[in-house]
Design a protein around this ligand. Structure first.
Ligand code: HEC
Length: 102
């Protein structure tokens, strides 16, 4: 698992290759989401952080809703289709977000 952590530091564009089968939600998050959502924040739209408060205000409460959002995100966010982020990985990231950003 360590090797993914190393890759995760490489951020944004170079990070896209990290979506391999056994990466954890945290590792995927660090690789694919961290650039725009450091510590669960949002460097582009400050009213749409990954905090529980913002997520709930924007009706993103469940794993399912979060996965759906990744498939069809708001303006400024990279779109993650099934190819970029398989369902299993998308779910793992969603679970990580729910459990990590309060
Ligand atoms: C290129 C920058 C960028 C990347 C990379 C990115 N996001 Fe986002 N994200 C945004 C922006 C911008 C918004 C706000 C969009 C809007 O205005 O509706 C957002 C919004 C969100 C929201 C909604 C938050 C809320 O409170 O409404 C979630 C959930 C989210 N992103 C998850 C992710 C996940 C998971 C990943 C990685 C798989 C990711 N994002 C990668 C830029 C990014």
């Amino acid at each position: 698992m360590k090797r993914f952590t190393v890759a995760a530091v490489a951020l944004t564009s170079t990070a896209l290759f990290v979506a391999t089968a056994c990466a954890s939600g945290e590792e995927i998050f660090n690789a694919k989401c961290m650039a725009c959502h450091p510590n669960g924040g949002n460097i582009i739209n400050k009213s749409k952080t990954l905090s529980k408060k913002d997520r709930e205000a924007n009706k993103l409460k469940t794993t399912k809703e979060l996965v759906k959002y990744m498939r069809n995100p708001g303006p400024g966010m990279t779109k993650f289709d099934v190819k970029a982020l398989p369902d299993k990985d998308a779910k793992a990231v969603a679970e990580y977000i729910i459990k990590t950003f309060k």
